[in-house]
Design a protein around this ligand. Sequence first.
Ligand SMILES: Cc1cc2nc3c(=O)[nH]c(=O)nc-3n(C[C@H](O)[C@H](O)[C@H](O)COP(=O)(O)OP(=O)(O)OC[C@H]3O[C@@H](n4cnc5c(N)ncnc54)[C@H](O)[C@@H]3O)c2cc1C
Length: 375
Amino acid sequence: MTQQVPTEHSAQFAESAGQWLQDNVPQRWREHRGTLAEEESIDIRREWDRQLYKAGYSGLSLPSEFGGQGLGLAEEVAFSELAARAQAPDGLARIGRILTAPTLIAHGTEAQRARFLPPILQGLETWCQGFSEPGAGSDLAGISCRAEKVDGGYAVTGRKIWTSFAAYSDRCLMLARTDPEARRHKNLSMFLLDMKQPGIDITPIRQISGGTHFAEVHFDRVFVADDELIAGEGDGWKVAMTTLMNERGGVEAASRYVEMRADMDLLQHMCGDNPRRADLLEDLDRRTDLVRWQISKAVTLEGDEAAFVRATSILKVLWSELWQTITETGVRYATPELRDHWRFQYLESRSCSIYSGTSEIQRNIISERVLGLPR
Ligand SMILES: Cc1cc2nc3c(=O)[nH]c(=O)nc-3n(C[C@H](O)[C@H](O)[C@H](O)COP(=O)(O)OP(=O)(O)OC[C@H]3O[C@@H](n4cnc5c(N)ncnc54)[C@H](O)[C@@H]3O)c2cc1C
């Protein structure tokens, strides 16, 4: 297995980005992020998005003609890792930057890109992702949220669930069914829906770790204009695949890797003197290295869509399940002063084998596309 060799350019990038993060991560976030009131936390995260843009760290891997920095996934991933090390806030514009922006670049019109990309990159508009529904998550093609044709656009009616940041969002990247008669995968369309209009009811859902960052959202004949449809009517599945490919990329894995390394240091601190736990620690340590290698591997495959999807499916299973094992181990051997830490990490890690496609779904992809097994 090869580790990516840093080029002179990437080393320079890492140095200046690391310095900028060191100088700019808000002290209040560094010291109190776990205990801040929801409102203050949101304000800090929004302001962070704007700072990223001003400093030239927003849209690192997006082409410069669309307002991005014209760098590659390597820089995007490197920045994610550095930001996690510097304990930077998790910007609220992340869904817009990582999901909506590349989707618009691949499938949007010139007018849509001109309208939506600048506020995404500047951190001025927050997006959510309206894919999952109470009856359709893994089976995304089975959604029932309906977009009915009306004069000048569509009226959207239905329910979405687990919608991260719905309560703070200006827009929703919304997958809905436009043709009840058409074949599966041909009956869906993707919209850029305005979340600040009547007919939208948002009910926050409390997570097991205590936060309420996602919600259930009801839409009752919510208007979305014709020019807020991405690609054509019936092209929603194709557009959604672009979104999901970007969601499962290496950016989140890179920040989770940093978190796992920090948790491994704590495990070492708690169990390092106990020879009976040496094999376990060594195994977890090697698997953490493996995550880092798989991130590097995925980065080298940027541009080769099929290979990238295969590599990131493997990466998602590796990091999410390893993090759960690390936190389980932490809970098992926690010393009294670290119990709260491990309790939080354990609960937080439960969701990561579910979102962006469950481990079972990633394994289906791996078995079909990597191993060539029949469906
Ligand atoms: C923290 C968090 C944030 C999220 N944010 C968003 C968001 O912003 N927007 C959004 O749209 N969604 C979001 N989701 C939803 C997420 O995408 C879904 O939960 C996920 O796709 C699984 O769908 P489901 O919950 O309906 O479970 P189901 O699809 O009902 O799956 C239930 C179980 O069956 C298994 N299963 C299902 N189908 C198969 C199969 N074919 N083969 C083998 N096993 C299978 C699954 O692996 C799982 O174990 C979020 C979820 C979480 C946990």
